[in-house]
Design a binder for this molecule. Sequence first.
Ligand code: AIR
Ligand code: ASP
Length: 283
Amino acid sequence: MARRTKLYEGKAKIIYEGSESGTVIQYFKDDATAFNGEKHDIIAGKGVLNNRISSHIMTKLEAIGIPTHFIRQLNMREQLVSSLEIIPIELVVRNIAAGSLCKRLGLKEGEVLPKPLIEFYYKKDELGDPLIGEDHIVTFGWADHYELEEMVSMAWRVNDYLNGMFSGIGLSLVDFKLEFGRIWGSHGELYVVLADEISPDNCRLWDSNTGEKMDKDRFRHNLGDLIEGYQYIAKKLGLIPDDLVQGGNLNEEMMKNLDQIENELAERRRLRDLKAKKPRSKV
Ligand code: AIR
Ligand code: ASP
């Protein structure tokens, strides 16, 4: 592989300089972390599955008109995405009580919320990503009113779409986290787009019948094999043929064939031409 410039390394992903201007490459690592990096492990195959699941979901969201940074999947572990300025907010949508919401408010896990809830967290590892209100976001200039409104309206649409998509395959979407970024167009106009990834690393997904947890909580709370859960989700989404995963975990060799098919599909599905966009800064 040609040498390329690493722009940023996070807990689960690396960002490299992209091949075209206005793009970067998002590389999915096998690292799993929880509790602000306190718990860490390498889980073989996690990056490949998250890359595939996230590519699929981002493509679906683009198709219903939600602007995302996703351009196309490049290979097993990488995707080409638009270069953007990340907005330092984590937006969490919750449908069912779980995780930090239960701890904070003493709710019983599994309680369906009276209505879906949106929360904001300030993206700052040193502070452990604290819960904040809308007023903090505007007061400290992390996003303005217009951006906030756009993020919230996109989050509701994503929730509606993903709820339908997952319930159709027997999974309950308990909650998920979104991140957004800014891209500047050729006339200096600003776009707010969905960024990062949507995968079982940042969604809670429970089997609708049994309640079994299929997401990263398996790792956070030592509930079982993480890859089995992620593979179950990928299989339900139709991303892995049934016969390939019977009797064990899918290995990287098997994934390569699937990858070629997926790359071709991604190429055809490419929905937007981002060449005209001139981002002000890299991630
Ligand atoms: N999340 C929040 N920070 C990082 C991540 N991945 C996601 C979790 C969960 C939702 O946001 O994966 O789906 C809510 O997390 P919590 O811990 O606030 O209950
Ligand atoms: N990935 C984050 C961390 O390492 C949060 C989480 O997913 O629990 O702390």
